[in-house]
Design a binder for this molecule. Structure first.
Ligand code: NAD
Ligand code: TYD
Length: 350
């Protein structure tokens, strides 16, 4: 049995990756290592928490001793590293948490893997999950390629860029078997409602204003979260050491067009008169240093490893709205903060 530590498994994308690996690979023991920050929610994994090949470890990647202890306890053959501070607006108001978790935390994991594997790289893998935001901001044309020079512009993207560089440095300097992927914006179930799509869904539902930064002209390339998890699966199993893969949906939307589409879908699903929800759109002060456009070219992943997204936005967005409407309790518990008691109830009071 192969042991894989997945960091950040209680978060949005991490929970989809954990579920996929627990269900599809009964021969892997999946250790979900997560500090359960405000963004970590073990309720995301209720359906797999009792699986025999799943275990949760409550640990903070900034804590060197705790990370070494988890590595020596489980002796993993692989790491899939998703734990991060992930919200750009929070990085603007408090950059230090991003430096600590995204940079120092990543180095702690690299060191723990290097120490445990001790030059026996055969069958080992350190997979670092990153973002397209490291490439900076595009104008109206062009795409991010794997060869695009890094040009991060927010504390979030600068901290992720830094971690990517360190992961590559461990490959070149020590030979650590690493692979990296840089993905565009994800959406789907279990997305924390501080990010644009779940925030807007929640606010439309409650007839509250939908805050759109600036003029809503910024462009993002959206990918359904399960398609990202599928890409991670492919890169993990087939990507050669030292390689980087861009992952994207080829699905660019200005924020305002996206919110208008969401309003239309929600009017229909909530039985509201057409145009009702659009009235909630409110233009607010722009984000500082707001990147204009992200667009990913994922030809390398498609041609070399055979990945394709399975859902179009026109399919994925209504499916996402359906999930939120059917999981009102999840949203209520996240917005009220109750989800943070789940760990205690589930793991400490038994
Ligand atoms: P998230 O904020 O939803 O979840 C992050 C998880 O990491 C949480 O469970 C949190 O508890 C955990 N965590 C945070 N700090 C930790 C620490 N110090 N120690 C241990 N665990 C800690 O994030 P997400 O949106 O699921 O993103 C996951 C990864 O994917 C991140 O590395 C992010 O940079 C990358 N990414 C995200 C997107 C996106 O659109 N959300 C796109 C591309 C790449
Ligand atoms: P977000 O979901 O925070 O992802 P990222 O900044 O990592 O791309 O934001 C997506 C886009 O939506 C981004 O251009 C900022 C914008 N935005 C708003 O207009 N209003 C909001 O309330 C939020 C959270 C984001």
């Amino acid at each position: 049995m192969k042991t894989i530590i997945i960091t950040g498994g209680a978060g949005f994308i991490g929970s989809h990756v954990v579920r996929r690996f627990v269900n599809n690979y009964p021969n892997y023991r999946i250790v979900n290592l997560d500090a359960l920050t405000y963004a970590g929610n073990l309720e995301n994994l209720k359906d797999v928490e009792n699986a025999s090949n799943y275990v949760f470890e409550h640990a903070d990647i900034t804590d060197e001793a705790a990370i070494e202890a988890v590595f020596s306890k489980y002796k993993p053959e692989a790491v899939i590293h998703l734990a991060a501070e992930s919200h750009v607006d929070r990085s603007i108001s408090g950059p230090m948490a991003f430096v600590k978790t995204n940079i120092i935390g990543t180095v702690n994991l690299l060191n723990a893997a290097r120490k445990l594997w001790d030059g026996n790289w055969e069958g080992k893998r350190f997979y670092h999950v990153s973002t397209d935001e490291v490439y900076g901001s595009l104008g109206e044309e062009g795409f991010f390629y794997e060869s695009t020079a890094y040009d991060p512009r927010s504390p979030y993207s600068a901290s992720k860029a830094s971690s990517d560089h360190l992961v590559r440095a461990y490959f070149h300097t020590y030979g650590l078997p690493v692979v990296i992927s840089n993905c565009s914006n994800n959406y789907g179930p279990n997305h924390f409602p501080e990010k644009l799509i779940p925030l807007a869904i929640h606010r439309i539902q409650n007839n509250q204003e939908i805050p759109v930064y600036g003029k809503g002209e910024n462009v993002r390339d959206w990918l359904y979260v399960e398609d990202h998890a599928a890409a991670i699966d492919v890169v993990f199993h087939k990507g050669p050491n030292g390689e980087t893969y861009n992952i994207g949906g080829n699905n660019e939307w200005t924020n305002i067009d996206l919110i208008r589409l969401l309003c239309k879908i929600m009017d229909e699903k909530l039985g509201r008169e057409v145009g009702t929800s659009e009235k909630l759109i409110t233009f607010v002060k722009d984000r500082a240093g707001h990147d204009l456009r992200y667009a990913i070219d994922s030809t390398k992943l498609k041609t070399e490893l055979g990945w394709q997204p399975s859902l179009t936005f026109e399919e994925g967005l209504p499916k996402t709205v359906d999930w939120y409407l059917a999981n009102q309790e999840w949203l209520d518990r996240v917005t009220s903060g109750q989800y943070q008691n789940y760990f205690k109830q589930q793991y400490q009071e038994r």
